[in-house]
Design a protein around this ligand. Structure first.
Ligand SMILES: Cc1cc2nc3c(=O)[nH]c(=O)nc-3n(C[C@H](O)[C@H](O)[C@H](O)COP(=O)(O)OP(=O)(O)OC[C@H]3O[C@@H](n4cnc5c(N)ncnc54)[C@H](O)[C@@H]3O)c2cc1C
Ligand code: SF4
Ligand code: SF4
Ligand code: SF4
Length: 380
């Protein structure tokens, strides 16, 4: 039986190895921190396909433009814009694909409130893919389904983290004219274990079951939305967790404590991009283009990307910008986050502590660090 070919901390959990295995010998299983990894069983015949498809072998190619065309944009449809994380670009890009009989792949919640990659064929399905979910999406199985749709001659738009887009290209192995890929600027993905621990604590407080988690809820403005999350419950009520009270997003954005280890040394930063298009928040965009309802950054990384962008222009407000503008507001475009060495201990401690109890000491240490670094800056 084949041994795993890489250090676990380098694995992105993309699941391409499991999808490509002709013997179904690979199962993606969660480790003690909640991150999925491939586990190989004795059906393995040592064909080597899994190792070859793995991005960590460094054999993938980044094929797109070094200097993408850059736009600030948003959907003219206020409902789409409000219900999207940023400017609603994903929905606008997906619509012509569906109208043409194609399919769209992206991340949706499942019944357990976890996130998985799914393929949709209509507007109802598209609504489920909309919005950022800040935990790792289970993409196992989606690469095979995308391939089948392409073999059936259908257009496919695939949206995912840059490592998932790279995994899809590696899995397919050759260029498909009818495939268009969209990635996003990616800060890193969180452990589903941490997310479920946080959510179950809120469910106990509210004495109801969560039916929907709406991250970056924009009531109150887009710029302040990263730490605002709305949670809907099965008895019909909702709560909005905001600022430091929003423990999951506060911890994600200030401590990086439950981000997957590979994101601390992400191989997919900067340019060339993995997707034909890249979508993100245009943090730092000038005031004239910021009405606080969500301004998207869109990078056009290939001719295919340009063709699709041309098709949706009439549905957008858009302004061409200089590529150099994006760096100041979005450090995560080019730099990986620092993941603290205490991350693993924190995640394991969730086995016998509530999320808030486990997080509190780390947040205190963080606060002290931030105060000290503020003081040092003033003294300099
Ligand atoms: C984990 C994560 C980290 C991000 N980090 C940054 C960042 O540092 N800086 C920045 O500017 N933007 C970041 N983004 C992108 C940003 O949040 C918006 O997704 C982007 O601006 C698109 O917004 P939209 O309004 O066009 O579309 P939306 O409707 O919000 O579409 C979001 C798209 O992302 C897909 N998606 C959602 N959650 C996941 C997931 N967990 N895994 C894979 N795909 C998913 C959806 O299927 C959909 O296709 C991040 C997104 C995610 C999911
Ligand atoms: S070597 Fe081949 S059979 Fe074995 S796990 Fe990898 S893909 Fe499957
Ligand atoms: S193919 Fe993906 S899931 Fe499999 S080992 Fe490589 S990075 Fe991990
Ligand atoms: S930071 Fe990099 S490795 Fe981590 S999820 Fe995003 S693209 Fe993948």
């Amino acid at each position: 039986m084949k041994k795993l070919w890489l250090e676990p901390d380098k694995c992105t959990g993309c699941g391409a190895c499991a999808d490509i295995c002709p013997k179904n010998a690979i199962t993606m299983k969660a480790d003690e921190c909640g991150f999925v990894h491939p586990v190989i069983d004795n059906k393995c015949v040592e064909c080597g396909l899994c190792e070859r498809v793995c991005l960590n072998r460094g054999e993938y190619s980044q094929r797109h433009r070094e200097i993408p065309q850059t736009y600030a944009a948003w959907s003219k449809n206020p409902d789409i814009r409000f219900c999207s994380t940023t400017g609603g670009l994903f929905t606008e890009l997906a619509k012509p694909i569906l109208q043409n009989g194609g399919v769209v792949a992206g991340a949706q919640y499942n019944k357990r409130n976890l996130v998985e990659h799914a393929i949709v064929t209509d507007e109802d399905g598209l609504q489920k893919l909309r919005q950022s979910k800040y935990l790792q999406s289970d993409s196992n199985g989606v690469y095979n389904r995308v391939k089948r749709a392409l073999m059936d001659g259908r257009e496919v738009l695939f949206c995912g983290a840059p490592c998932q887009v790279a995994a899809l290209h590696s899995f397919l192995g050759s260029e498909f004219v009818k495939l268009i890929t969209v990635d996003f600027i990616c800060r890193g993905i969180n452990s589903p274990k941490a997310y479920l621990s946080w959510l179950s604590e809120i469910e106990s407080e509210e004495q109801a079951r969560a039916t929907r988690v709406w991250f970056k809820y924009k009531v109150g403005g887009w710029k302040s939305s990263p730490k605002r999350t709305r949670i809907d419950f099965d008895d019909g009520h909702s709560v909005v967790k905001e600022g430091e009270e929003n423990l999951f997003m506060h911890g994600y954005l200030t401590s990086n404590l439950y981000i997957r280890p590979c994101c601390g040394d992400c191989q997919f930063k900067g340019v060339p991009r993995q997707g034909d298009l890249t979508i993100a928040d245009f943090w730092g965009i000038e005031k004239q283009l910021d009405d606080d309802k969500g301004t998207s950054l869109i990078l056009i990384n290939s001719d295919k990307g340009m063709n699709l962008f041309d098709k949706i222009k009439q549905s957008l407000v858009y302004h061409q910008r200089d590529f150099s503008e994006i760096f100041a507001g979005n450090v995560c475009f080019s730099q990986s986050v620092h993941i603290p060495s205490s991350s693993r201990d924190f995640l394991i401690s969730l086995d016998n502590k509530s999320f808030s109890t486990a997080l509190r000491p780390y947040m205190k240490q963080n606060l002290v660090k931030r105060i000290l670094s503020g003081l040092l800056k003033r003294l300099k």
